[in-house]
Design a protein around this ligand. Structure first.
Ligand SMILES: *[C@@H]1O[C@H](CO)[C@@H](O)[C@H](O)[C@H]1NC(C)=O
Ligand SMILES: *[C@@H]1O[C@H](CO)[C@@H](O)[C@H](O)[C@H]1NC(C)=O
Ligand SMILES: *[C@@H]1O[C@H](CO)[C@@H](O)[C@H](O)[C@H]1NC(C)=O
Ligand SMILES: *[C@@H]1O[C@H](CO)[C@@H](O)[C@H](O)[C@H]1NC(C)=O
Length: 382
């Protein structure tokens, strides 16, 4: 039996934008799990909801017992079903989750699916399948516009793999390179995402970021969020366009850039949807930006489960000691690490905890996010 407890606060703002209500939701999900792959004991889930009105400082705990056979809550239980056998209630070490990067071809997808990595990351552009036919969403990184793999086929193959490999499912992170390709993919995503029983992240660089980055155009945040609203189970991975490399030393995610991120999150009501958020930050720049990133996460994590995903290009300069400090400053339960092997070994995060528990952590994060969303939806409906 594993006890998982979590505290979250939901702040909702009314149409005028004034804060009218703050709810502190304390979810105590109490479940038994067989970590080695057998059944999730779906007997009962307890949620303690405490409403907190700041002006009156009232504190009324409400207990809801969610049972499989209670129709109105069946949806929530259904959502947690997919964690059967894999759920580890402690999302303790997200840095142990392993990544396959830029899985933008049939060959790389095949290799990733037959490896033991946890998350498949890939880029999507509007381009041509094998250089022929109409433009459609294909797996490629700009400037490439041709691929031997369409988004639809990519998602289908992962779905089939995951269905055949219960207990060893892989998650997906889709990096959309333009608003046009994102919007052009919505039909495919509508078909696939609701059926996914594994982690799905939707990524885009939506704010212009360091260092004086002008060469790539950020994805339009309002249109991006408008599309993402349809997929409440997806983790929103929202970042900044960046310029960095081997010869860079100075540069940080500035307060202005973090405020701009916060602004679009608020403007687009992402705080009301409660969708989980991860900020993808480039290792070398993030290492210089601890204060701003802490402020940003603190401003968001009251309403949306919030993490960092540290990534790096192969030759980027990184102040390893500072990056290590940043990671431990946030905690291993708040930081995903998608960096080249050389950097991760320099970081020397320790030698324990590997294998099965890795993916469980990821699933737990998704699970926790799902619970959060489910409870928010339920609250809205009462
Ligand atoms: C689930 O837990 C309850 C209470 O601990 C126990 O009675 C029941 O047998 C368990 N079910 C399974 C399938 O393990
Ligand atoms: C955000 O929510 C408010 C209040 O419900 C609504 O008036 C506004 O149009 C929403 N904005 C967006 C971008 O969805
Ligand atoms: C949000 O993050 C801040 C800073 O990292 C932390 O102090 C705070 O406890 C977090 N709040 C929640 C609700 O997780
Ligand atoms: C976290 O995961 C990393 C990467 O697998 C590993 O090196 C480290 O020992 C783990 N740390 C803890 C505290 O489990």
């Amino acid at each position: 039996m594993i006890i998982c407890s979590m505290n979250m606060a939901i702040k909702s703002t009314n149409a005028q934008g004034s804060q009218s209500l703050a709810l502190l939701i304390c979810i105590l999900a109490n479940f038994a799990v067989n970590i080695n792959g057998a059944a999730l004991n779906d007997s009962v889930f307890y949620y303690e909801l405490a409403t907190l009105q700041p002006s009156e400082a009232t504190n009324l705990p409400i207990y809801i017992v969610l049972q499989q056979d209670q129709e109105e809550h069946a949806k929530i239980v259904d959502m947690v079903r997919y964690d059967k056998g894999k759920l580890n209630a402690k999302a303790t070490n997200l840095t142990a989750i392993s990544w396959a990067h830029a899985v933008n071809s049939q060959q790389l997808l095949g290799e990733s699916l037959s490896s033991d990595i946890d998350m498949i990351e890939a880029d999507i552009v509007l381009g041509k399948l094998n250089g022929e036919g109409p433009d459609l969403p294909v797996m490629a990184h700009p400037p490439a516009k041709v691929s031997d793999l369409t988004l639809e086929d990519f998602l289908q193959q992962i779905k089939v793999y995951n269905e055949e490999n219960e207990g060893a499912e892989k998650g997906v992170k889709l990096d959309f390179k333009s608003i046009e390709v994102f919007e052009g993919s919505l039909g495919i995503l509508d078909e696939t995402i609701p059926k996914m029983t594994y982690p799905i992240w939707i990524n885009a660089d939506i704010i212009s970021g360091p260092v004086k980055q002008i060469s790539s155009v950020p994805v339009d945040p309002a249109r991006f969020f408008a599309g993402c609203m349809r997929y409440k189970q997806a983790v929103l991975s929202i970042g900044w366009t960046t310029k960095w490399g081997a010869n860079y030393r100075e540069g940080e995610y500035t307060e202005e850039q973090c405020d701009a991120m916060l602004q679009v999150i608020n403007d687009n009501n992402v705080t009301s949807t409660g969708q989980p958020i991860t900020f993808p930050v480039r290792a070398g720049i993030a290492a210089n930006s601890a204060t701003q990133l802490h402020d940003l996460v603190a401003a968001v994590n009251g309403t949306n489960e919030c993490t960092l995903t540290i990534w790096s290009s192969a030759n980027d300069y990184v102040d390893v000691a500072q990056l290590r400090k940043l990671i431990f400053g946030f905690g291993l339960d708040r930081v995903y690490l998608d960096v080249p092997e050389e950097l991760s070994s320099q970081l020397d995060l320790g030698n324990t905890g590997h294998g099965a528990s890795t993916f469980n952590s990821l699933v737990s994060f998704s699970f926790v996010s799902l619970c959060f969303w489910a409870v928010s939806s339920w609250l809205k409906s009462v």
